[in-house]
Design a protein around this ligand. Structure first.
Ligand code: SF4
Length: 182
């Protein structure tokens, strides 16, 4: 499946968005999402859709991946295939973020091992059925976003559902519109 590319448009704020949030059928199970909160932003913002898992060559549909503790590190594993995708995801994230034009913020998919910003599950072992309690955090791509652009407004689709969180994010996006953050 082809992944998203920059949509040419006017000077409206430019946002990097998880592609599965209404920009393409790229979820692991092939399902489509059409969050109304995201759809409502399309007239006021421009978007760069990206699916990190698609970009590292995982197909649609695909076997799920997960974050697994390994010593002092966290690995990105696909239990069904035994693949360790850590390096591919780190390399893609670094390269993609380095190649961005100036953007005003990020809108990512919650709970994803790649895109989740605060609530991605962490597993003690690749075969565990339950995640570690109280250890949720960012996914691999989101972590790279936070490290490279720590001051850029970042939200997930769940945050958009909370009025105050959404308005704060939009205010920050508006304030940073097309500034240089690289
Ligand atoms: S959450 Fe991220 S990696 Fe997963 S399908 Fe959506 S865009 Fe792709």
């Amino acid at each position: 499946m082809e992944c998203g590319r920059l949509k040419e448009d006017s000077s409206r704020p430019l946002i990097v968005v998880s592609r599965c949030l209404g920009f393409g059928r790229c979820r692991w199970n092939g399902a489509e999402l059409f969050p109304e909160t995201v759809a409502g932003l399309k007239t006021g913002l421009r978007f760069i859709p990206v699916c990190p898992e698609c970009e590292i060559g995982l197909g649609v549909p695909r076997q799920p991946i997960r974050q697994v503790v390994s010593g002092n590190a966290v690995r990105l594993l696909q239990p069904a295939s035994g693949r360790d995708l850590t390096r591919e995801m780190e390399n893609f994230s670094r390269s993609f973020l380095a190649g961005l034009p100036p953007v005003a913020g990020f809108l990512l998919k919650s709970r994803s091992p790649s895109c989740g910003i605060t609530d991605t599950a962490l597993f003690a072992d690749r075969s565990d059925t339950e995640p570690l309690e109280g250890k949720n955090g960012p996914g691999f791509f989101a972590r790279a976003v936070i490290e490279r652009f720590p001051s850029l407004p970042l939200i997930d689709e769940r945050g958009l559902e909370e009025q105050e969180t959404r308005l704060n994010w939009l205010r920050e996006v508006g304030a940073r519109k097309n500034s240089e953050f690289k």
